[in-house]
Write a protein that binds this ligand. Structure first.
Ligand code: GLU
Length: 441
């Protein structure tokens, strides 16, 4: 059975970059009728925060990315210790004592000699006595996994055939000197034991994948299918990594972005399918295919979310937005006609307030000198209330007859006088909502 997972580290809020990972894994699981696990990668007790765990869940719920199971790495430390013992017994695990400064020095020397900066495995030559002495002097060493120096190959769901020479990669540190288990092994143990069949993650993990494939094999597990999506860049192709902090899902929600707009964009951006607003999750699931994504960096422009949000809002019935309409101050008896008028004229729900203020208070009229008499005459011709959808038509016919004006010369001055703007909602829909005019009639 298809099983995928989204595995955030709770060290910050989810942003558009990791949303892509979450969404792809979610869609794969749902399309296959499989299981989607939310796995909290919290092996780092200093950086992991409970508030981020809560925030991640809230953000996923906001988007409708419901998970079938939550797993927490901090509750599975014994499993990782067991795996580490196994690797130790197999002779694939060794303790190394270099300080960060020493490692840095080694790297610099290698680079100076035009060599790749790969850990030189000096620790493999330490005798037991030397290790004992180093341990006494420096404390426990780090534990590195001894890679087999062969080519590591897999067929990537997005990048195609990948082949990495293990000799070009440093033996990964899986356990730190202070005993903290690192992601590289924790993830392998989880993926294997939880039966994860498909792993989609960012292309910054490609080298990890190579080493993890060897660890999975050493531990006797089955390799999941891997796919590495490209990283997002800004609209000009600039690196987005530094700006991701401002592209947290909660910031976008704050700015009024609608979940369906965000999901519709992220489920297709960077693929060969066009970005189109989808009406619901089922539609997104049905059309999703991870193999249709390209390896090239994907340009993301936050501005693209707003037209999609506007389009989504336009499609909604009042029942879906009743709370926002009420919050804008619209009385319940006007909610229906107000929404019918406003939905075509908003980008986000925050714009409702302005339209309601216009309806309630009227606008500063915009009247050209040459239109003053015309407007006064028109106002005198306003029909008796109550106003409805027909009123505008009846009124402007009467004004046309009385003044001889027609077309733009008739409608534009009226629009500007009533709304203070040259453009805006359908006047037939707006007029019955204009409280000041209603009071006059
Ligand atoms: N916690 C890791 C990350 O956020 C998970 C990567 C993975 O999907 O394996 O980068």
């Amino acid at each position: 059975m298809t099983t995928t997972r989204f595995a955030p580290s709770p060290t910050g809020y989810i942003h558009v970059g990791n949303l892509r990972t979450a969404l792809m894994n979610y869609l794969i699981a749902r399309k296959a009728g499989g299981t989607f696990i939310l796995r909290i990668d919290d092996t780092d007790p200093e950086r992991s925060k409970e508030e981020y765990v809560d925030a991640i869940k809230q953000d996923m719920e906001w988007l409708g990315l419901h998970w079938d199971k939550v797993e927490r790495q901090s509750e599975r430390l014994d499993r990782y210790a067991e795996a580490a013992d196994k690797l130790r017994e197999m002779g694939r695990f060794y303790e190394a004592f270099e300080t960060p400064t020493e490692l840095d020095l080694k790297r610099k020397k290698q680079l100076n000699m035009g060599k790749p900066p790969v850990y030189d495995r000096a620790a493999l030559n330490l005798s037991d006595a030397e290790k004992e002495a180093l341990r006494a002097e420096r404390g426990n060493g780090v534990w590195r996994f001894k890679l087999d120096h062969e080519r590591i190959e897999w067929n990537d769901g997005i990048l195609g055939d990948i082949s990495i020479d293990a000799a070009s990669v440093s033996d990964p540190v899986l356990i730190r000197g202070d005993g903290q288990v690192l992601y590289t092994i924790a993830s392998v143990v989880d993926d294997t034991e939880m039966g994860v069949t498909d792993v989609v993650r960012g292309s910054d993990h490609v080298t990890n994948t190579a080493t993890q494939i060897q660890i999975i094999k050493a531990l006797g597990g089955n390799c999941p299918r891997f796919a590495h999506h490209s990283l997002l860049t800004g609209p000009q192709g600039e690196a987005l990594s530094k700006r991701l902090g401002t592209l947290a899902l909660r910031d976008l929600r704050e700015q009024g972005v609608q979940p369906m707009a965000l999901l519709s964009l992220m489920a297709r951006l960077g693929s060969s399918d066009p970005v189109e607003l989808r009406s619901d999750m089922a539609e997104l699931i049905e059309g999703f295919d991870v193999n249709r994504f390209g390896a090239a960096p994907t340009k993301f422009d936050v501005q693209d979310l707003f037209p999609l949000t506007a389009k989504h809002l336009q499609s909604l019935p009042l029942t879906d937005v009743a709370e926002a309409v009420a919050d804008a101050g619209v009385p319940a008896e006007l909610a229906e006609p107000f929404w019918a008028m406003a939905r075509e004229n908003i980008t986000t729900l925050a714009d409702l307030k302005g339209w309601w203020e216009l309806c309630r208070d009227g606008a500063e009229p915009l009247i050209a000198d040459e239109d003053r008499d015309f407007i006064a005459e028109a106002i005198a011709l306003l029909p008796e209330g109550p106003f409805d959808g027909e009123t505008w038509g009846k009124w402007t016919s009467a004004v046309k007859e009385a003044t001889g004006r027609k077309g733009k010369g008739l409608f534009m001055p009226l629009r500007k006088a009533l709304t203070g703007m040259e453009r805006g909602p359908e006047m037939a829909a707006l007029l019955p909502l204009l409280q000041v005019i209603r009071a006059k009639a």
